[in-house]
Design a protein around this ligand. Structure first.
Ligand code: CP
Length: 319
C-alpha cells in the first residue's frame, strides 16, 4: 500500500503517522536524536543543518510542549522559525487551509509543522503539495484530531529506550482515555513495530476503542490486574474536548478506579517508569505523589522531545 510519507526509495519525506513506518526508519530517528542530545549540553546549542531554511509552525489547536519544543529544535538546527498566530491570521476571515498553505509556500516555506483538530489535516497538506509539484516542501504532523501524534510517539519510544534499553523484553501499559488519544495510537504502532511483546490498554469500556485486539493490544478494565508486573506505565489525560456526551460518571469516580496512586503503582515492577504526554490533570488520572515521584520520567520526556524533533526535522528535508 502507498505510504504518502515515504518516497519511492522508502525514505521519510513527511512525518504524518507512525503507522506503516518501517522499524529501521523509527530506529534511525531515535539514533539521530541520541546524537543531538549532546548539542543541548553545549554552550552554543546550534548546528547548521537547516541554515537558510524556513520552518513554519502552524498550530490550529493549543499546545505548550509540542509547539515550544518544535521551535527550540528548529532554532537549534539554525532554521528561521515563523510561528503563525492562527487567532490573528486570515483563517479567521474564512481563508481555507490550503489557500493559507499556498501563500506560505509563496513566502518560501521549507517545512510545515502542523497541529490541527481535524484528523487528516497534515495529510491534506502533504497531498496538496504533491499535487502542485512541491516535493521540496515537507510536512510534520504535530497532532491531528484523535488520529496521530507521531513525534510524541517517537519521544515516548526514545524515553523508553533510554531507561529500559531493550524493547523486546517489556510489558507496557497505556492507561485511560485511549478512545480519544492520538498519543495512544501512535505509541501502540511504535511499540508493536519495535517488538514490544506485551502492550496493555487499561480503562473503562467507554474509553477504549473496540479494535484494540486487532492491533495486538491486551485489554484490561481492572487497574490492579492491568498494572501487574509492568515495566512502563503511560498515563493519559481525559480528553474532555473530544468527548461527545457523558462517558464517565465523574472525575472523582474515574480517579478512584483509574487514577495512578502510589498504592496502584506498587503493583507494577519496582523499577517501572511512569510516563505522561502532558498536560497532566493531577487528581484526575494521576496522584501528585506519583507525578512528582522517583519513578516519573515525565519531564525528561519533554527534554528528549527537543532532540527527537531535531532528528525528524533534519531527516525529512534530506529525502
Ligand atoms: N503532549 C502534547 O502534545 O502536549 P501539548 O498539547 O502541550 O503540545
Amino acid at each position: 500500500m502507498h505510504n504518502p510519507q515515504l518516497n519511492r526509495h522508502g525514505e521519510l519525506t513527511h512525518l504524518l503517522s507512525i503507522e506503516g513506518l518501517p522499524q529501521e526508519v523509527i530506529t534511525h530517528i531515535l539514533d539521530t536524536a541520541a546524537s543531538f542530545m549532546e548539542v543541548s549540553q553545549r554552550e552554543v546549542k546550534k548546528v547548521p543543518l537547516l541554515r537558510g531554511k524556513s520552518v513554519f509552525n502552524l498550530f490550529f489547536e493549543n499546545s505548550t510542549r509540542t509547539r515550544t519544543t518544535f521551535e527550540i529544535a528548529a532554532k537549534r538546527l539554525s532554521a528561521d522559525v515563523i510561528n503563525l498566530d492562527i487567532g490573528r491570521s486570515s483563517t479567521a476571515k474564512g481563508e481555507t487551509l490550503l489557500d493559507t498553505i499556498d501563500n506560505l509556500c509563496a513566502m518560501h516555506a521549507n517545512l510545515f509543522v502542523v497541529r490541527h483538530a481535524a484528523s487528516g489535516a497534515p495529510y491534506l497538506i502533504a497531498e496538496h503539495l504533491a499535487r502542485v509539484g512541491r516535493d521540496d516542501i515537507h510536512v510534520v504532523n504535530a497532532g491531528d484530531g484523535r488520529h496521530a501524534h507521531p513525534t510524541q510517539g517517537l519521544l515516548d519510544m526514545y524515553t523508553i529506550r533510554h531507561y529500559k534499553k531493550d524493547f523486546t523484553q517489556l510489558r507496557v501499559a497505556i492507561v485511560g482515555d485511549i478512545l480519544h488519544s492520538r498519543v495512544a495510537r501512535s505509541d501502540i504502532h511504535a511499540l508493536t513495530t519495535l517488538g514490544v511483546p506485551e502492550v496493555r490498554a487499561i480503562g473503562p469500556q467507554t474509553l477504549l476503542p473496540s479494535h484494540l485486539g486487532r492491533m495486538g493490544v491486551h485489554v484490561f478494565h481492572d487497574m490492579a490486574a492491568g498494572l501487574k508486573d509492568c515495566d512502563v506505565v503511560i498515563m493519559l489525560r481525559l480528553q474532555n474536548e473530544r468527548m461527545t456526551g457523558a462517558l464517565l460518571p465523574s472525575a472523582g469516580e474515574y480517579f478512584r478506579h483509574y487514577g495512578l496512586t502510589p498504592q496502584k503503582l506498587a503493583l507494577a515492577k519496582p523499577d517501572a517508569i511512569v510516563m505522561h504526554p502532558g498536560p497532566m490533570n493531577r487528581g484526575v488520572e494521576i496522584h501528585s505523589a506519583v507525578a512528582d515521584g522517583a519513578q516519573a520520567v515525565i519531564l525528561p520526556q519533554v527534554t528528549f522531545g527537543i532532540a527527537v524533533r531535531m532528528a525528524v526535522m533534519s531527516i525529512v528535508p534530506g529525502n
